[in-house]
Design a protein around this ligand. Sequence first.
Ligand code: PLP
Length: 392
Amino acid sequence: MDYRFARRAQLTQDSFITEIFKYLQDKEVISFSGGFPNPSTFPLLELQASAQKVFTHEGSSVLQYATTNGDLDLRRFISERYRVRQDLEVPADQILITSGSQQALDYIGKVFLEPGDTILIEEPSYLGAIQTFTSYDVDIQTVKLQENGIDLVELETKIVQFNPKLIYLIPSFQNPSGISYSQEKRFAVAELLKKHDVVLVEDDPYNELYYEGNVQHPISTHLKDRSILLGSFSKTISPGMRVGWVSASKEVYKKLFTAKEASDLHSSSLDQRILVNYLYDYDYDDHLNKLRERYASQHHIMLEAIQIYFPNEVKVYPSNGGMFIWVELPEGISSVKLFYEAVKVKVVFVPGDPFYVNEQDTNTLRLSFANETPERILEGIKRLGNLIQQSI
Ligand SMILES: Cc1ncc(COP(=O)(O)O)c(C=O)c1O
């Protein structure tokens, strides 16, 4: 059949994650691949009690259609947390609940992007965002990340050269690199965006997952109406509930609201009510502290194993939070080839390629330590180390 698919459907490729999923059915496979939270951290019993409460007390209302913007108690919780924890005033009526922040990225594309527009993103960047933006037929230009955030000189050069409509950044414990912007860099980026009149899309799902210290203020703190800020409960409570959000100026909010209304009317109000009951009835900060401890420890275990088993020629980017360690193999070693070798010894990770816009056979890869036991982390890194050693 000669289907006349839309151009946007032809532009979007399946992500490499689909390829990786094939291997995850086998429980013996040690997975450093997806950005999956560790399921043992899901507050199962608490969510079960919240669900029971919701069905008992508000069953008939939560099973009904609801408003597009999302549950008001939930939006108030998010707004209050921004105010108290991040020094950021985001009124509840400028927060739109979405089905994960991934959906918010798509709405931003829908509302802002036309074929031929240019957007700037970090290199490397989150593959889900690259996939979404690609479907809007835009020119995606990249700016390199340094160890303390984006390269400011390259950023300004590319802003002047390409006059981007949006700039998309993940300043805290970035996916895939784990890199976090320093406070100075956050401020400098804000100043540059103001100077050149560019709108920021700040994607911030990992900001609560710091291992020590405190939460970093989003770049949006310095930008007011010039920023669109995305958040999510996927990495802190449960991705399966699909609850994320986007906050923006009133003008942008209205457009995003209409995009959502036209797309799915609203996100699941059942999930939102279960979540908000959990958030008000239990100690979210206590839950987060346990999560931070867990990931800090797993990060440490993986890093130590890397130091023992990886050859010295391999460059590793440790992180201060989040779920990832970024690895640079010696020049000329393809991480995709390494991936297929690793599959044979039952280890999977994400090769660097899908995190770049136009590069193939990269020598980089992303390792997630979140979703495995300490024993399997050690064993998996040992197997990978052997393979890398053999390919040098
Ligand atoms: C940077 C970034 N943005 C957005 C998402 C999507 O998250 P969700 O749609 O589950 O909120 C992810 C998930 O891995 C991510 O790493």
